[in-house]
Design a binder for this molecule. Structure first.
Ligand code: PDD
Length: 289
């Protein structure tokens, strides 16, 4: 595969490699019909799968909650599959998307005997943000959180996030920070949040409204190594305006600093030094020059 937009040549479906066009979902798949479905996005850089154990552990936790944890491949199988997909399309840097659903059976909300879970994974090339992207920063807006109280599992029920992102785009921004009915800051539509106060990074408390991100603790680790202190607490959304910097973290964006909050320019429209320092630290971790 040469161009970034071309489809992968292979997908990994139920433990077998199949041509891309044969990687299809039956209409009575429970993920398709009921949203009984989870996903993970594994990062790959310099030809290596990164944070495999962390992503797999989160997938297993969610699958146990949904009762669809039967037959999830072991880490060695994931490594072998990733190697095969990397080789098939000559990819060194990319995102391995994986989705696990409740499988296929005649449509019924509740089934006494659950079908075999369905697992599909495929790899697309992706360029992680370099210094130029980190220096550009992102524009964020705040929005009410319209999602359900099960956001601590990585389910594919992403409609509220998709609708929020439509609004984000219409308002000329890059990400929305979601605010609960109680006025507290939760997370982005597809990212976690840190506020920077001096040498301290603060993230919202982990609860059912926040996905336990894989990137955020890693950025926290990079920050601690650089001498910052890192902690979680309940954050009133009103504190956003007082933060020295607002950072978002995610697999695909590493860590980016906000340059605008609700259409008001921050720091003369440039990300702060903490955002840039941590982004550089993440690039080093991922062997990205
Ligand atoms: N999203 N919060 C939400 C709601 C997310 O969707 C994501 C990631 C994160 C950050 O998690 P992590 O650091 O593990 O990527 C937080 C993925 C990348 C996506 O939807 O593509």
């Amino acid at each position: 595969m040469s161009a970034g937009s071309a489809n992968p040549s292979l997908a990994w479906v139920g433990g077998r490699f199949v041509p891309w066009q044969d990687a299809v979902v039956p209409v009575e798949d429970r993920g398709f019909q009921f949203g009984e479905s989870l996903y993970e996005v594994f990062p790959l850089s310099a030809g290596k799968v990164r944070l495999l154990d962390e992503h797999l552990a989160r997938l297993r936790r969610g699958a146990e909650v949904l009762g669809i944890d039967h037959g999830i491949p072991e880490r060695e199988e994931w490594l072998a599959a990733a190697a095969r997909l990397m080789q098939a399309d000559d990819i060194q840097e990319g995102l391995l998307y994986c989705q696990l659903t409740g499988g296929t059976c005649p449509r019924s909300h509740h089934v006494a005997r659950r079908p075999e879970p369905f697992l599909v994974a495929y790899l697309r090339p992706y360029r992680f943000p370099r210094a130029d992207i980190a220096e550009r920063g992102i524009r964020v807006i705040t929005m009410p959180d319209r999602r359900w109280a099960g956001c601590d599992i990585k389910s594919t029920m992403l409609l509220p996030a998709v609708l929020a992102r439509r609004e984000v785009s219409a308002r000329g921004a890059d990400e929305a920070l979601l605010i609960g009915d109680d006025g507290t800051l939760r997370e982005g539509t597809s990212s976690n949040v840190f506020l920077v106060f001096g040498r301290e990074l603060v993230s919202p408390t982990q609860d059912a409204h926040v996905l336990p991100g894989i990137t955020q603790p890693l950025v926290g680790e990079v920050a601690r190594e650089a001498g910052y202190s890192v902690r979680s607490e309940t954050i009133e959304a009103s504190r956003l305006a007082d933060a020295d910097e607002i950072l978002i973290t995610s697999t695909s964006r590493f860590v980016l600093g906000a340059i605008e909050l609700d259409a008001v320019s921050l720091r003369d429209g440039r990300p702060g030094p903490v955002a840039l320092e941590l982004a550089a630290g993440m690039r080093r971790r991922f062997e990205i020059s």
